[in-house]
Design a protein around this ligand. Sequence first.
Ligand code: BEZ
Length: 216
Amino acid sequence: MEDTNEIHSMPRIGDIAPDFEASTTFGNLKLSDYGKDSWVILFSHPADFTPVCTTEMSGFAEEKKWFDDHNTKLMGLSIDSIHSHVAWVNNVKKNTGVLFDFPIIADLDMKVSKMYGMLQPGESETSAVRAVFFIDPKQKIRLIMYYPLNVGRNMDEIKRSLEALQTSDEHGVALPLNWKKNDKVIVPPPKTVQEMTERENSDLEMVDFYLAKKSL
Ligand code: BEZ
């Protein structure tokens, strides 16, 4: 029986995103140049001209302005050729009017997919799984999602996760279960007795001293 537990490189949360230069539908791009001073969402799909992938790519395309407004650039990837990508972009545009207006990497030699652990042989030997890497403006990987071939991702969760990361960075807070924009946020627990005493006299919404919330 085949060994599907072979070790592949898997970037982790907190790692600097491995840099690469790749052929894309927007020409040759280097990740560190493309993502200079902005967030990047790097996501893979198993194959062009397949149904679930078409819904996902269309979903990203329809939210492009939202991502622009959140200082975030999109970059897709699959192990298909540039010709296939361009034909698919053209086909979807003709059929639905939606333009995939962001670069899609043609990772024919699987260089980037291997670098990012997007090849998971137990799921597929020949296609990338549905991965999503959230990379911040300092090129650090902040959140990773992996989905299998037969389950499409959730755009609301992708947007929520990005807003949560950006809110946490901007305000130094944490976000509770099911948090969404405009909900209360968690103030980090006190680290000294003095901070704890001050907290008792504050107007934070408190379950106990270690679980306190506020509105932004
Ligand atoms: C799809 O996008 O529909 C798909 C792609 C590869 C395997 C299974 C489904």
